[in-house]
Design a protein around this ligand. Structure first.
Ligand code: PEP
Ligand code: MN
Length: 337
C-alpha cells in the first residue's frame, strides 16, 4: 500500500501518519520527492481500511499496489531513481559505461585495462575477485588481493569500482575497495545474500537470473530494498532460450519494460548476453538506443591471454571505437555520455 501525501504538506503530518503505521506494526519506507512525499507501507496491509488513513491531515490518497513488488514499483516512486557511487550517477541524464576485465588477474592486467577504458570514457571499473565458475576446476578469483589492485587502478584513473559478491561472509571485506557490489545471475535468488545486502549502504548491481522472469527479478530487488538499501541498479545480461549460437539471448525488451514498471536504474551487459566479441558492439549500441541507463562491458588489455571470458572481451581499441559510436547514438535518445 502507498500513501501519497499532499504536495508541500507539513512534516508533522508525515510524521503523524508514519507513527500510526509503525504503532500498528507496519514497515514504512519513505520516498521524499522534490515537492511530494510518498509512504510505502509493507506488512499485512489487507487489514487496513484505506479510508481511515485518507482522513489523516495531509493525506492526498491511499493506493493499494497491485503488483507483488512494492518498493521498486513506479507506484511507490513515480520519478526515476538516481543511484550514486563515488560521485558517478546512474539513472540520471548521463549514460554510464562500466568496463574492465571479467576477473582480476594481476597488477599489469588491471592497470593497463583500467587506463585504456578510462581514457575512452568509462567511469566505473569492473573486475571480479570472487568468480562463480561453472566448473570447480576453473580459476576462482584472487579474492581481497585482487580487490586491492582493482581499487588502486580505479583510484589512479578516477573511476568507481564494481565487483561481484557471492556470499554473505565476503561483504565486509569488500566494502573498503568496492563502490558497487554486484550480485551475479546465479545468485539472483540467493535470498539470504540479498537480505544481507539490504543492511549495507552501498549500491547493489543486481543481475537478472538467466531463467528469471522480470517479476522474479523485481521481487529479488525487493529483498534488498525492504532492508532499507534503496540503491539498486538492475542489469539485464541475457537469458537462456532455445538459441545456441550465442551464449545467451539479450532480452532487449526488458529495458523499456523495466523503465515502465520500476523507477530503478536499468543497465545491460552485452558481453555475457552474446558471449562473443564480434557481436558485443552491435548489442551495446542497441542497449543504449533502447534507453538503458548504462552498460557493463568486458574489456581486457590482452584478451587472448585472459584467464576468464577472453572470447567475449573487447580489445581496448574496439572499446574506444564503441565509445565513439555511442557518442553519436546517445544524444539521439535525449541523453549524454
Ligand atoms: C560477470 O559479470 O562476470 C558475471 C559472472 O556475470 P553473470 O552473473 O551475468 O554471469
Ligand atoms: Mn565474465
Amino acid at each position: 500500500m502507498v500513501i501519497v501525501m499532499q504536495k508541500h504538506t507539513a512534516e508533522a503530518n508525515i510524521e503523524h501518519v508514519t507513527a500510526e503505521l509503525v504503532r500498528r506494526g507496519f514497515d514504512v519506507h519513505r520516498s521524499t520527492g522534490s515537492d511530494q512525499t510518498i509512504l510505502g507501507v509493507v506488512g499485512k496491509v489487507d487489514t487496513i481500511d484505506t479510508r481511515e488513513f485518507e482522513l489523516f491531515d495531509g493525506v492526498q490518497e491511499v493506493v493499494r499496489v497491485s503488483e507483488p513488488y512494492k518498493l521498486s514499483s513506479r507506484t511507490f516512486r513515480p520519478q526515476k531513481s538516481v543511484v550514486t557511487a563515488r560521485g558517478v550517477e546512474i539513472g540520471g541524464g548521463r549514460v554510464v559505461v562500466m568496463a574492465g576485465p571479467c576477473t582480476i588477474e594481476g597488477e599489469e592486467q588491471v592497470f593497463e585495462t583500467a587506463r585504456r577504458v578510462a581514457r575512452a570514457g568509462a567511469r566505473v571499473l569492473r573486475g571480479g575477485a570472487y568468480k562463480p565458475r561453472t566448473s570447480p576446476y576453473a580459476f576462482q578469483g584472487m579474492g581481497v588481493e585482487g580487490l586491492k589492485l582493482l581499487r588502486a587502478a580505479a583510484d589512479e584513473t578516477n573511476m568507481a569500482t564494481v565487483s561481484e559478491v557471492m556470499e554473505i561472509s565476503q561483504i565486509e571485506g569488500m566494502l573498503p575497495y568496492v563502490d558497487i557490489l554486484q550480485v551475479g545471475a546465479r545468485n539472483m535468488q540467493n535470498f539470504n545474500l540479498l537480505s544481507a545486502l539490504g543492511q549495507i549502504r552501498k549500491p547493489i548491481l543486481l543481475k537478472r537470473g538467466m531463467s528469471a522472469t522480470i517479476q522474479e527479478w523485481l521481487l529479488a530487488s525487493e529483498y534488498v530494498m525492504s532492508g532499507g538499501n534503496y540503491d539498486v541498479i538492475l542489469c539485464e545480461r541475457g537469458i537462456r532460450t532455445f538459441e545456441t549460437y550465442t551464449r545467451n539471448t539479450l532480452d532487449i525488451s526488458a529495458i523499456p519494460v523495466i523503465d515502465k514498471l520500476s523507477h530503478l536504474p536499468i543497465i545491460a551487459d552485452p558481453s555475457h548476453a552474446v558471449g562473443r566479441r564480434d557481436k558485443v558492439m552491435p548489442l551495446a549500441r542497441a542497449i543504449v538506443a533502447a534507453g538503458a541507463d548504462g552498460l557493463l562491458i568486458e574489456v581486457h588489455h590482452d584478451p587472448e591471454k585472459a584467464v576468464c571470458d577472453g572470447p567475449q572481451s573487447l580489445y581496448p581499441d574496439q572499446f574506444t571505437r564503441l565509445m565513439d559510436e555511442l557518442r553519436i547514438i546517445v544524444p539521439a535518445v535525449g541523453r549524454t555520455l
